[in-house]
Write a protein that binds this ligand. Structure first.
Ligand SMILES: CC(=O)SCCNC(=O)CCNC(=O)[C@H](O)C(C)(C)COP(=O)(O)OP(=O)(O)OC[C@H]1O[C@@H](n2cnc3c(N)ncnc32)[C@H](O)[C@@H]1OP(=O)(O)O
Ligand SMILES: CC(=O)C(=O)O
Length: 522
């Protein structure tokens, strides 16, 4: 099957998304990651646009890329002026990339109403720009902006612009659904018409304004497009570009097409999450293929079947795209969920115990607990129900004091009193807030006996009101995420008092860490 070239424009079109702003360093890190993933082309930016993009093309030359080619992007020459002196084309060539992508107008309405020029001059702008970059030794891709709307309005003219680019030496012409409003069957028809009109390869560039960008891109490939442009996780202007993650996975797994470099598909999840991190965006847990929930099973009937054979509720095996299966514990669980979450304790034959754990989960969830993001608290619950729990320390008391001083800066102080191995420990600590102060005092008291606790970091803290109708007397749920050198774990506490809820979640985190290290012989 023909290879489909993957052209990533996260660094250019992705950065046109609201709230996305990559630093130069971010762009270089992403370039390295995209190359590791095995994409064929990385569109690094618009060198004329700003000094950062210009510098990127200087700096990227020092990156040792294994596979990907870096591409500079820019528009056709300005109207009524020669290509040789055009500042945009000069910046494109000064980027010294092996490939340049030139975007041009194909919709007659844009030519007359936006560029303010004639249809003939626009065709010359395209041809001159492509020919000039070719004469300077660059491979040229031609992005046909608004091609689908242009083809709808004036098909002869739209095809004429494509032919101008191909005749001038473009190796790929790429019809763009710039406004993202085209339906999949129409995309297929128009791509077929474009292929019939030019001798060179045809690509596709879709936006997601109708939530159809993936379907449109796949329709284009089925109609013969051999280059796919898009962004990681679909970030981009308005509703975004096509999500390359889904496109790559569907092409490889569903259509058996040759994409990326061999063996790369299993890096998809890691690459997607890396892009979210660098873009400072939250992961989309329901994102197909790579989201944390993409292979998470919650309903009791589902988990029961998945335990017998995962294909009962999974369309592919998660490892294929580097993701993992998760079994979620909740009030919707049945005994088989509990069974699959407790395999390490080998409690399977004890039906009464499974029932007891399930009832405890349902009662606690009714009271406001949630164990989906707090598997460490669930683990402690199982230990307690199965008689495997032993206290590492005894909680005698805690107190938190917040003093608002005259300078307006509140000072928080926490005191904890614990019994550890028969000794009473009493420690005081200041912190940025009650949770920070309590955490610091807890560790001060415990680290002398359990030095591994020094390596625990609190990485996330979330509070959610459980029963908002009660106003300020409402119960709150605190979920804390903790991390050490090897693992990340979540714990939960619920109370009418936010400090107490935090304390419960904190203590669970510490206890889980102590059990975990003991089980791992640390
Ligand atoms: C569909 C897409 O995603 S295309 C890429 C869109 N991305 C961006 O625009 C981000 C980067 N852009 C920029 O940094 C700036 O817009 C620049 C540097 C390109 C141009 O900046 P300026 O010269 O100040 O122009 P400005 O942005 O105000 O307007 C765009 C100009 O480009 C012209 N233009 C637009 N498309 C094209 C084209 N394909 N070929 C030639 N000229 C074009 C417009 O007519 C307008 O020129 P005019 O004011 O003489 O009519
Ligand atoms: C080229 C481009 O980004 C577009 O037409 O959407």
């Amino acid at each position: 099957m023909t290879r489909v070239a993957i052209y990533d424009t996260t660094l250019r079109d992705g950065s046109q998304g609201e709230g996305v702003n990559f630093s130069l360093q971010d762009k270089l890190l992403l370039t390295r990651k995209l190359d590791e993933l095995g994409v064929d082309y990385i569109e690094g930016g618009y060198p004329l646009s700003n000094p950062k993009d210009f510098e990127y093309f200087q700096a990227v030359r020092d990156l040792p890329l294994r596979h990907a080619k870096v591409v500079a992007f820019g528009m056709t020459r300005r109207k009524n002026a020669p290509a040789e002196t055009d500042t945009c084309l000069k910046a494109l060539l000064d980027a010294h990339t092996p490939v340049v992508t030139i975007v041009g107008k194909t919709w007659d309405f844009h030519v007359t109403n936006v560029l303010g020029t004639t249809l003939d001059e626009n065709v010359r702008m395209i041809a001159d720009s492509v020919a000039f970059c070719r004469s300077q030794g660059r491979e040229v891709f031609y992005d046909a902006e608004h091609f689908f709307d242009g083809y709808q309005a004036n098909p002869e003219y739209a095809l004429r612009t494509l032919r101008a680019a191909a005749d001038a030496g473009a190796s790929v012409v790429i019809p763009c659904d710039t406004n993202g409003g085209t339906m999949p069957e129409r995309v297929a028809e128009v791509i077929a018409a474009a292929r019939a009109a030019v001798p060179c390869a045809v690509g596709i560039h879709c936006h997601n304004d109708c939530d159809l960008a993936v379907a449109n891109t796949l329709a284009a490939v089925r109609a013969g497009a051999t280059q796919v442009q898009g962004t990681m996780n679909g970030i981009g202007e308005r509703c975004g570009n096509v999500d390359l993650v889904s496109v790559i996975a569907n092409l490889a797994v569903k259509y058996g097409r040759d994409v990326l470099v061999p063996g790369s598909l299993a890096r998809l999840t890691e690459a997607s999450r890396y892009v979210y991190e660098i873009a400072n965006m939250n992961f989309r847990s329901g994102q197909p293929f790579v989201g944390a929930s993409a292979f998470a099973h919650k309903g009791g009937m589902h988990t029961h079947a998945v335990a017998k054979d995962p294909t009962t509720y999974e369309h592919i095996t998660p490892e294929l795209v580097g993701n993992e299966r998760r079994i979620l514990v909740s009030e919707l669980s049945g005994q088989s969920t509990i069974l699959s979450k407790t395999t390490k304790y080998q409690l399977g034959s004890d039906k009464a115990l499974m029932g007891k754990i399930l009832t405890a989960v349902q009662d606690l969830e009714h009271a406001g607990y949630e164990f989906e993001a707090a598997e460490a608290s669930f683990d402690l619950l199982v230990k307690k129900a199965a008689g495997l729990y032993r206290p590492w320390f005894e909680r005698l008391a805690y107190r938190v004091n917040i003093e608002a001083r005259a300078d307006g800066v509140p000072v928080t102080e926490a005191t904890v009193k614990l019994r550890i191995g028969g000794e009473t420990q009493f420690e005081v600590s200041e912190g940025d807030g009650p949770v920070n102060a309590l955490d610091a005092a807890l560790r001060k008291a415990l680290v002398p006996a359990y030095p591994n606790l020094a390596g625990v970091q609190l990485v996330d803290y979330k509070v959610r009101v459980v029963n908002p109708k009660e106003g300020t007397a409402a119960r709150v749920r605190v979920v804390i995420e903790s991390r050490d050198g090897t693992d990340v774990w979540g714990t939960v506490g619920v109370s009418e008092n936010v400090v107490e809820a935090s304390w419960l979640a904190l203590v669970d985190s510490i206890e889980y860490k102590l059990f975990k290290d003991a089980e791992q012989g640390k």
